[in-house]
Design a protein around this ligand. Structure first.
Ligand SMILES: [Zn+2]
Ligand SMILES: [Zn+2]
Length: 152
């Protein structure tokens, strides 16, 4: 009797630290490559399909796709306070709200959190540039992008 089947084989191709979404903290990981093999008498012979790369948390052993490595840890509370202070200053000095939001998002702040930060920094009132539609804190009188005076 010929015994054949499929068997997965994995190998570790790298290690490092990452933010584990399951542990919700910084952990070490193993980068693994898995591939299915056609096997005969339990000996893997022919690789089938493309190898799959995945990331396994060394602590909880939950696996993730490689994109997890580019995910950022949520900012600590102290960071948010720093953001809030610099945000208020820069918005009052003429940074468009849209740019501030973009910078916060790039810094890893959730968009909803970023919107909340802007609101606590300068309130809800805005001046809108009639030329390019950028919005500013009420204390800003001139669009920093095109120089157009901002109507109230
Ligand atoms: Zn984990
Ligand atoms: Zn403008």
């Amino acid at each position: 009797m010929i015994i054949f089947g499929m068997s997965p084989r994995t190998k570790t191709t790298g290690t490092g630290t990452f933010f584990c979404p399951h542990c919700r903290t910084s952990r070490s990981y193993e980068r693994k490559e898995g591939r299915n093999y056609f096997s005969l008498y339990f000996i893997p012979l022919i690789p089938l399909g493309k190898p799959q790369t995945y990331i396994e948390c060394s602590t909880c052993h939950v696996t993730f796709t490689a994109e997890v490595l580019s995910a950022k840890a949520p900012p600590a509370k102290a960071d948010l306070v720093t953001h809030l202070n610099t945000l208020k200053t820069s918005l009052e000095q003429g940074t468009p709200v849209e740019y501030a939001l973009r910078d916060l998002t790039i810094a890893g702040v959730d968009r909803d959190v970023a919107l909340g930060l802007v609101k606590s920094a300068i309130g809800e009132a805005r001046r809108i540039c009639p030329e390019d539609g950028l919005s500013y804190a009420i204390s800003v009188t001139k669009c920093s992008e095109c120089g157009t005076p901002l109507p109230l």
